[in-house]
Each structure stands twice: as C-alpha cells, then as structure tokens.
Design a protein around this ligand. Structure first.
Ligand SMILES: [Zn+2]
Ligand SMILES: [Zn+2]
Length: 128
C-alpha cells in the first residue's frame, strides 16, 4: 500500500496488512483535520516514509503527535511515542485501499452537522 500528501513531497509505503479504518470524532481530530479523522494503522517497522524533511510533527497532546506536510498541509500520521504503531490517514492512501471503516471513537464529541457513519462505536481504551 502506498500513499502521499497532496503535493507529493511526502510519500510512504506500507508492507503487510494495515488495520481496518477507524473514525475518530474527538475535538483534536476535528480541529486538525477540518472534519473528523479516518485512519488505518500499521507497525512503525512496517512503514517506509520518504520526504521526511517535508514533514512537520505537531505535539497535539502529552503523548501524541501528528505529522503533516509542511508544504501542502496534508495530514498524514498520528502516533504516540510509546507505541510501536503509527496511524495513517486513510485519505492519503493512493488508489484503492482495500480497507473498510469498522469502528468509531469519541462519538459524543462529534460535530452537530453530520451523522455518525453506521459502523460500531467503541471505547477508545479497547483499541490498544
Ligand atoms: Zn505535501
Ligand atoms: Zn481523535
């Protein structure tokens, strides 16, 4: 699986099978994405990122940071320093992903202007 930012300076390639897509409606995801976040996830050891010079990492909470292209602003990644995994924004995948969204996080924080996708709502703590 390959992906890239809008301008193409940041690219990645994932080996193996990334997780199904999870939607997150928390305030941080809504602010940073402009809507809500839909992301797959893979082991950090299974992703090769090129153009890292063009990535900016924003520390969005005490434990997590978000990576975006400094040129075009595309959100690409979310990760916790203590985790072996990295979330990859599903919209950055090039071509068909072969994935499905199967879970929703923080439904209570969602915006009032849209309906939740009709897939399961789960507690964030069960995702680890
Ligand atoms: Zn870019
Ligand atoms: Zn979130």
């Amino acid at each position: 699986m390959r992906g890239s930012c809008l301008c193409g300076l940041v690219k990645y390639e994932i080996s193996g099978s990334p997780r199904p897509v999870v939607g997150c409606h928390c305030t941080q995801c809504r602010k940073s994405s402009g809507h809500y976040v839909a992301a797959t996830q893979t082991a950090k050891s299974s992703i090769a990122i090129t153009g890292q010079d063009h990535l900016t990492w924003f520390q969005s909470s005490q434990t997590a940071r978000r990576g975006f292209c400094a040129t075009c602003g595309s959100q690409m990644f979310w990760t916790e320093e203590t985790s072996d995994n990295i979330s990859v924004m599903a919209g950055s995948i090039d071509g068909d992903s072969g994935l499905s969204m199967d879970r929703q996080l923080y439904p209570d924080d969602k915006g009032d202007y849209y309906a939740l996708p009709e897939v399961a709502v789960v507690d964030q703590s069960t995702l680890k």
